[in-house]
Ligand binder design. Structure first.
Ligand SMILES: Nc1nc2c(ncn2[C@@H]2O[C@H](COP(=O)(O)OP(=O)(O)OP(=O)(O)O)[C@@H](O)[C@H]2O)c(=O)[nH]1
Length: 572
């Protein structure tokens, strides 16, 4: 009994597909983790760069306000040293400068600064301005040097108080990103440098305005400021002098050296040593402030560069973020494509191949063929299965042929004795009492004489013609076979003994009336004797024995007749 190889009978589980999905999930998880960690860092970098850019721009705005506070001292000095005729234009100029400072401070108030620091600056500035205004109202003849100097000192104090605000911002910036410390330091140094330059001028302007020689206290303060300025200059210069000659910072540095260090400080020295002064306070202020300009520009340039760098970092961080996101997305898409491709090109075909093997094992006619889009290896697999399928089909055909040969009589093409025996036993085993099968044995009369007279081939021809003749008399369901030699058998199912006997008589008549034209030209008439057996309770051997007895009686009664034999103990 062949085994069916339906998929249900095969080992279950394993699940390549599941393993693939689990591996895919793991790979996706790894990509996700890797991308997540990198993206996290990248987002951090971007946020930091963005915050830095904003903080530096605020820092630059703070310096602008510091600059404005410093710059206010120039017109304040003018006003305090102006005679009544020039007082009004000087006052208007100072108002403009003050308005500019106030605007800068208001802008700063919108940023996150410690409220106390800013309020302190505003208070100190207000105090200084009041002092300046008081001195400015005095008649020039009544104006005392110490009053002017006190007003200027108050302006210095306002700047000092503002510088604490800048220090606070600088600390915040460096805390936020240590990499900014160099830029912060440079900007602060340049801011201070500009302030010291301004102060140096102020220490001279007040005595000039008062029409007196520069007092010792001012000379000391001036030299201290000058020392600090030069120290800062020396600290800053090496970093700038390594820049290419065409760099704007380097060029501005050079300008500052020429204009301020050479001319501005030389003018100060001249005024310190020459009394009466060769110029009035206004002319000095105009001249001196002009030499300070490159210092201011240099600081603005550096701040601008730092700001541009921060913006560049922000943009770079944004691009990196995008790129990483894109790469992650691509990696995930690639993974999905890989899984789908594996599914489509490997697992799908493998499962089809497995189905094809089941089909082959179950003897199904056509195994599925490879598809056009299948890979070479899969196509080879299906081609190999095609060959196996062809061979299996060939083998099945040969087996069927062998099976047929095993139950066929080679001379007549009828069933052979073995087949009749098997059918007879099977029929008897599966029948109910009332419809037991019947057996007719047919033996050609005096067949030996035919052989002897016409030769063995003629005998064979007779046997073949008889086979055909009888087959024509029977129903398809009746089993006709050659029982041995010149003896035939008919196994009839679903008919009683009487009906079988009638059939035997019909066969006998048909044989007798048949004219046999032998190949040698002779024409023959033959007869046969038939024995019929049937009835319940018989096994196959008993059935044959009964039919044989009946046949024997037919022969004994003179041949060409039918005799039947009922099973013993069976009513007629
Ligand atoms: N040509 C041919 N002869 C066969 C074949 N098988 C058996 N025979 C012959 O059939 C003959 C049977 O002869 P017997 O058993 O004496 O019977 P019979 O001559 O028919 O005489 P009764 O049966 O008594 O009428 C023998 O001569 C066998 O050689 C066969 O396949 N071909």
């Amino acid at each position: 009994m062949p085994h069916s190889l339906s998929p249900g009978r095969l080992p279950q589980g394993g699940g390549l597909r599941w393993k693939l999905w689990i591996l895919t999930l793991l790979a996706a998880l790894c990509i996700g983790l890797l991308a997540g960690a990198t993206l996290y860092q990248s987002v951090g970098g971007f946020v930091r760069a963005k915050l830095n850019a904003r903080a530096i721009s605020q820092f630059a705005a703070s310096f602008e306000a510091a600059n404005h506070i410093s710059a206010e001292r120039g017109p304040a000095n003018d006003l305090m040293s102006a005679d009544p005729a020039r007082r009004e234009p000087a006052r208007r100029r100072l108002q403009q400068y003050r308005a500019r400072t106030d605007r800068s401070l208001r802008r700063l108030a919108t940023t996150q600064l410690p409220a106390g620091l800013l309020a302190r600056v505003e208070r100190d500035l207000e105090l200084a301005r009041q002092r300046v205004d008081i001195v400015a109202l005095l008649d020039p003849a009544a104006r005392r040097f110490d009053q002017v100097q006190a007003a200027i000192d108050a302006m210095f104090a306002a700047w000092d108080s503002y510088s604490r605000l800048i220090q606070w911002q600088a600390a915040q910036l460096v805390r936020q990103d240590e990499a900014l410390s160099a830029a912060v330091l440079k900007s602060m140094s340049l801011g201070n440098l500009r302030e010291y330059a301004g102060r140096i001028g102020s220490y001279i302007v007040a005595p000039m305005a008062a029409g007196m020689e520069v007092p010792v206290a001012n000379r000391i303060q001036l030299q201290i400021a000058r020392g600090r300025l030069l120290e800062l200059w020396q600290l800053l210069s090496p970093g700038i002098e390594v820049l290419p000659a065409a760099d704007p910072v380097r060029q501005q540095h050079e300008l500052a050296r020429r204009h301020y260090l050479r001319h501005g400080l030389a003018l100060v020295d001249q005024l310190l040593n020459e009394y009466p002064y060769p110029m009035d306070a206004l002319a000095f202020t105009d001249h001196y402030v002009a030499t300070m300009q490159p210092l201011e520009t240099l600081r603005n340039l550096l701040l601008g560069q730092t700001l541009a760098q921060a913006e560049q970092h922000r943009q770079q961080a944004w691009r990196t973020l995008w790129l990483l996101g894109l790469i992650t997305l691509l990696a995930l898409l690639l993974l999905a494509a890989l899984v789908l491709a594996l599914q489509y090109y490997v697992f799908g075909p493998l499962l089809r191949a497995a189905d094809a093997v089941f089909a082959l094992a179950d003897g199904d006619a056509e195994p599925p063929r490879a598809r056009r889009q299948d890979a070479g290896e899969i196509r080879r697999l299906f081609a190999a299965m095609g060959i196996v399928s062809d061979r299996l089909r060939e083998r099945a055909r040969l087996t069927r042929e062998l099976e047929q040969l095993a139950i066929t009589d080679s001379l007549t093409g009828l069933l052979n004795r073995r087949a009749i025996d098997r059918l007879g036993r099977k029929a008897l085993a599966g029948t109910r009492r009332q419809d037991t099968p019947c057996l007719i044995l047919i033996d050609v009369d005096h067949f030996k004489a035919i052989n002897d007279t016409h030769g063995h081939p003629a005998g064979d021809q007779v046997l073949r013609e008889l086979a055909g003749l009888m087959r024509a008399q029977l129903r398809p369901s009746d089993h006709l076979g050659r029982f041995g030699g010149e003896e035939f058998a008919v196994l009839i199912e679903g008919a009683g003994l009487a009906q079988a006997t009638r059939l035997a008589r019909r066969l006998k008549r048909a044989i007798r009336h048949h004219r046999l034209d032998l190949d040698n030209g002779a024409r023959l008439t033959i007869t046969a004797s038939l024995g019929v057996a049937g009835g319940p309770g018989l096994d196959w051997e008993q059935m044959i024995a009964l039919a044989d007895q009946a046949l024997y009686r037919a022969k004994a009664a003179g041949r060409d007749r039918v005799r039947s034999q009922r099973a013993p103990d069976t009513p007629d």
